[in-house]
Design a protein around this ligand. Structure first.
Ligand SMILES: [Zn+2]
Length: 255
């Protein structure tokens, strides 16, 4: 039986996610930006929270953990990296670990850069990747704790997933990402088509997520940092890709 996935808004622009296994009735929340909308979503579905899978230590991803843990006595899985402190954690997960949610299995990829502890949860059987603040639709996370080469390697790790993988990211930033990308990669027909689609979705107050990795490979300028046309547009032909990626990220920071 395929998993059921729900997404909803939390805080100002975070996504809340529930993944539910109909066979075992297990339900995981990916991160917990705030408890209220997650509890409401669970009640709407008649589901009980069994697990919280934390991607990284930022407050807008763990702010609801304590309240949910108290209410549901659920298991909390957090990144293995001990450089960051977590309260209420039952298990730690590192590269190559698998985390079970009922009969569902998530594979853990370490995707550092945004933070040093950032991990992503890949449900291969569901073609679903929860990538939080590493990869956004048409964008990527700010590099707060890591380095540009480190973040680029993390993006390459995600880029190697099958094209049909649905990408569930941590924030609704797509419209701003599209605007930035068009300024550099304006000749990209797939990006222009995505810009139209995103404008329509946002005008109707609809989320632009999930996308697919295949679509991101065509439209996401950060995943395209090694495309010759992107290097040329930046006047950086022949430069190392991590440097090109870093230049893109710095321009986005200033945009
Ligand atoms: Zn973050």
């Amino acid at each position: 039986m395929p998993a059921e996935i729900r997404l909803f808004n939390c805080l100002s622009d975070n996504f809340g996610y529930l993944i539910h296994d109909p066979a075992s009735k297990a339900t995981a929340s990916i991160d917990a930006p705030e408890a209220g909308p997650i509890i409401k979503a669970l009640q709407r579905e008649g589901w009980t929270l069994t697990d919280i899978l934390v991607t990284h230590h930022h407050a807008d991803h763990v702010g609801g953990v304590a309240e949910l843990k108290t209410k549901y006595n659920c298991r909390v899985v957090a990144p293995h990296d001990k450089s960051t402190k977590y309260a209420n954690v039952d298990e730690r997960a590192k590269e190559g670990d698998t985390v079970r949610v009922g009969n569902l299995t998530a594979r853990v990829l370490e995707t550092p850069g945004h933070t040093l502890d950032h991990i992503s949860y890949i449900f291969d059987s569901e073609n679903a990747a929860f990538v939080a603040d590493t990869l956004f639709s048409v964008g990527c996370g700010r590099v707060f704790e890591g380095t540009y080469p480190m973040m680029w390697q993390s993006l390459l790790k995600l880029r190697a997933l099958p094209d049909a993988t649905r990408i569930y990211c941590g924030h609704e930033y797509t419209q701003s990402n599209v605007k930035f990308a068009l300024g550099i990669d304006g000749g990209n027909a797939a990006l222009k088509a995505r810009a139209d689609e995103v404008a329509k979705l946002r005008a109707a107050n609809q989320p632009t997520v999930p996308t697919t990795l295949g679509e991101e490979k065509e439209t996401n300028i950060f995943l395209r940092a090694d495309a010759p046309s992107v290097a040329a547009a930046l006047g950086m032909a022949g430069k190392p890709t991590a440097d090109i990626f870093g230049e893109l990220r710095e321009r986005k920071n200033r945009s």
